[in-house]
Write a protein that binds this ligand. Structure first.
Ligand code: G4P
Length: 286
């Protein structure tokens, strides 16, 4: 299957982000824990301009824990301050605060030496659509936090959320678009539902997902849909359609409907915690 992406106002958004990045000390980047590689826009490295980096593998509740831990080691080795989170769980986010302080240790030390005490670090959230940026900001900031308002001269037009004495967060996240010259990246984004539906052939995508699941998560489909896991993905989807009553006129199995059902179950983690990407394939990449 061939994926295409129409990035819209990407250049304008990138320029705005470049401006915002000047105002902050640390970039908090969110990726999807099931596909960290494909949900991470490489452009951010160029935009980051030497700022401290925090990388949050979000939606950990949907990803395979063992593989998530491998990804954490992978990114730590690359110099990121990283943890896996579930942005919906407010109580888990305390650790993020500690991580931000750790990432900004050099700046905090520098301030201290200059006699500046208790100046909060400034952070900005970035990530591709649907990784959970708004959910994270809502959970992390909570209701208790007041907006600090505009600060004329320095940050005109920007709203900051004072999280606590130590951290201020820019209230609008930086949206990056997924990037894929690589079709595999497109496929992985489509699996998790991060590519607009009209660009996708659901049936082809479901067949790809069946092949993936049979290889890496055997018995998932047989347990869930009582199908035989053969290497013929069309046969598997057909059996799934029959078992789940996806039938069209003439009593033919409706593969489109079955594909939608499978993708929907997968995207909502009803098939269990599944990671699409492992770091093994990306060792040696910058
Ligand atoms: P964005 O700002 O980066 O575009 O993402 P947003 O916060 O809108 O989150 C996209 C979807 O992902 C939302 O689901 C949100 O609830 C869900 N989500 C975010 N973080 C997590 C997480 O850690 N775990 C899980 N399981 N889901 C997460 P939605 O279906 O679009 O909306 P709704 O279910 O909240 O109504």
């Amino acid at each position: 299957m061939h994926f295409q992406w129409y990035p819209g106002h990407m250049t304008k958004a990138k320029r705005a982000m470049q401006e915002d990045i000047r105002l902050i000390d640390v970039i908090i980047e969110l990726v999807d824990a099931r596909i960290p590689h494909s949900s991470k826009n490489p452009d951010i490295d160029g935009l980051a301009n030497g700022k401290s980096r925090v990388l949050l593998l979000n939606k950990k509740d949907m990803a395979d824990e063992t593989i998530v831990n491998k990804w954490l080691s992978f990114y730590e080795e690359k110099g990121y301050h990283t943890i896996a989170i579930n942005a919906k769980k407010k109580n888990e986010l305390r650790q993020v605060n500690e991580l931000i302080q750790k990432a900004c240790q050099t700046k905090i030390e520098r301030d201290r030496k200059r006699g500046i005490k208790n100046r909060p670090v400034r952070a900005m959230i970035v990530g591709i659509p649907n990784v959970g940026k708004s959910t994270f900001i809502n959970s992390f900031a909570g209701r208790a936090c007041a907006k600090t308002g505009n600060k004329p001269g320095v940050t005109r037009g920007k709203q900051w959320i004072r999280l606590n004495k130590q951290v201020e967060l820019l209230d609008t996240p930086g949206i990056l678009w997924p990037k894929f010259e690589d079709q595999i990246v497109g496929q992985h984004l489509a699996f998790i539902g991060s590519i607009r539906d009209e660009l996708i052939q659901n049936t082809d995508l479901a067949l790809d997902l069946i092949e993936f699941l049979c290889e890496y998560y055997p018995n998932t489909l047989s347990n869930h849909y009582e199908v035989n896991e053969t290497c013929d993905s069309v046969a598997v989807l057909t059996e799934l359609a029959v078992n789940r009553g996806c039938i069209q006129k003439g009593k033919e199995p409706n593969l489109d409907k079955a594909a939608f059902l499978l993708l929907d179950d997968f995207r909502n983690a009803r098939l269990g915690r599944i990671s699409i990407e492992t770091p093994d394939k990306h060792k040696g990449e910058s």
